[in-house]
Design a protein around this ligand. Structure first.
Ligand code: ZN
Length: 58
């Protein structure tokens, strides 16, 4: 029995679920998680943490 009546935003970061109509959107029109602030952008611009040397520091 599927009773999904509306689009729901599921945050991959904090795993929260909320109706798409009740979540905020950024200036680009992408949904933003109201809990952790995760933006559901298809292609994130920043790649600072994408490539890190495991022995860069520490
Ligand atoms: Zn979230």
């Amino acid at each position: 029995m599927s009773t999904e009546n509306a689009a729901t935003f599921d945050c991959p970061e904090c795993d929260v679920s909320a109706p798409s109509t009740s979540v905020p959107y950024d200036s680009l029109g992408y949904v933003v998680c109201p809990v952790c602030g995760y933006a559901a952008t298809p292609a994130p611009e920043r790649s600072s943490s994408a490539e890190r040397s495991p022995s860069a520091g520490d």
